[in-house]
Write a protein that binds this ligand. Structure first.
Ligand SMILES: *[C@@H]1O[C@H](CO)[C@@H](O)[C@H](O)[C@H]1NC(C)=O
Ligand SMILES: *[C@@H]1O[C@H](CO)[C@@H](O)[C@H](O)[C@H]1NC(C)=O
Ligand SMILES: *[C@@H]1O[C@H](CO)[C@@H](O)[C@H](O)[C@H]1NC(C)=O
Length: 338
């Protein structure tokens, strides 16, 4: 069964070119729910924004995990991220959070760029903000981005089980990260740049900043269990919630990523787990870290080969106007996991 906003990114709706992570929308949108299709009809222009947000999220995921055994692989198939999205491990948590953040970020920006008909810049901040500045300009519409995300992304999740609670929690953590990383930007006015008055607005963070924060949350993710406070009908909503697996730990905050099962080791190919293994990956022979050959190759060893690369070098500028370069041939040493 397909889960998450990731089901939008599955092969039927978005055709991917795994090299460039180019996502192209298939107009049939077969895998979207009735509710999701309705939201798309009600917000002309938003589909493009959603798909571009997903594309940015996928690229960021690959960048954040480029040096790890699990490097956020994607493929053609019923699900772009593979079987990992149906599990409950840290990597699953990261995928949900980053894709949800990607949609919210992209939609909030598209609103302020005027490319969605049903939203605009956020103009609700008005008037004086401080002694020497006032609100003005065009703030990115994070509220619209979050609300749309809750309606659109979260509606892919069904049920009442632990996985359902986990996915919704991580979706919200992704949106929350975009929101809490927003920054004020200002422009100076006044005689000859004296900056006696400033106009300020709220700007979205770069998506790299969102990725960095979520990667930290991945490293500090909380392992949770299903909490059931008993059968008090009055507090029905409270019946289903997440509790830390270790009772000595604090309950996860809304910012934290949560998971409930151990990750596979990602070392070897497993059709059942949907892991490709690290054979053939390039490793760094001098690094003691996760990208080092010892850890990345899971102790299996590696082969070394050299490759000659010719680059333009020692370029000089000649007046006027051309540049001449020498050809330098360097030998590059590559280490490849067995
Ligand atoms: C390999 O690891 C070393 C030590 O961590 C680092 O200084 C170097 O830049 C790395 N090389 C590459 C190509 O990433
Ligand atoms: C390029 O320039 C550097 C210093 O300017 C010099 O040491 C080096 O030999 C030059 N390389 C080639 C291929 O001429
Ligand atoms: C460098 O290589 C290019 C392409 O192989 C060649 O056209 C060019 O003449 C070379 N330049 C020099 C300075 O040898």
């Amino acid at each position: 069964r397909l889960r998450g906003i990731i089901n939008v990114a599955s092969s039927t709706n978005l055709l991917t070119d795994s090299k460039n992570v180019q996502l192209v929308l298939d107009p049939s949108l077969q895998l979207l729910s009735r509710k999701q299709r309705k939201l798309i009809r009600q917000n002309p222009g938003i589909l493009h924004s959603v798909s571009s947000g997903l594309q940015t999220a996928i690229k960021e995921c690959k960048w954040q995990f480029r040096n790890r055994r699990w490097n956020c692989p994607t493929s053609q198939g019923p699900n772009i991220f593979g079987k990992i999205v149906n599990r409950g491990c840290r990597e699953t948590a990261f995928i949900f959070a980053i894709t949800s953040a990607g949609v919210t970020h992209s939609v909030a920006r598209s609103c302020s760029e005027g490319s969605i008909e049903s939203c605009t810049c956020d103009y609700r901040r008005r008037g004086p903000g401080g002694p020497d500045w006032h609100w003005g300009g065009c703030s990115d519409n994070i509220d619209f981005g979050r609300l749309f995300g809750r309606e659109f992304v979260d509606s892919s999740e069904k049920g009442r089980d632990l996985r359902f609670l986990m996915n919704l929690h991580n979706n919200e953590a992704g949106r929350m990260t975009v929101f809490s990383e927003m920054r004020q930007e200002c422009k100076c006015h006044g005689m000859s740049g004296s900056c006696t008055v400033r106009t300020c607005w709220m700007r979205l963070p770069t998506f790299r900043a969102v990725g960095d924060v979520l990667k930290d949350r991945f490293d500090g993710a909380s392992r949770v269990i299903y909490g059931n406070k008993g059968s008090n009908r009055a507090s029905r909503v409270e019946l289903h919630h997440l509790e830390p697996e270790n009772p000595a730990h604090k309950p996860p905050s809304p910012h934290d990523l949560v998971y409930f099962e151990k990750s596979p080791n990602f070392c070897t190919y497993s059709g059942k787990m949907g892991t490709a293994g690290t054979a053939g990956r390039f490793c760094n022979s001098s690094s003691p870290g996760l990208d080092g050959c010892e850890l990345l190759c899971c102790g299996r060893g590696y082969r070394t080969r050299t490759q000659r690369v010719t680059e333009r070098c020692n370029c000089t500028f000649h007046w006027c106007c051309h540049v001449s370069c020498l050809n330098c041939t360097n030998t590059q040493v590559l280490h490849e996991c067995l």
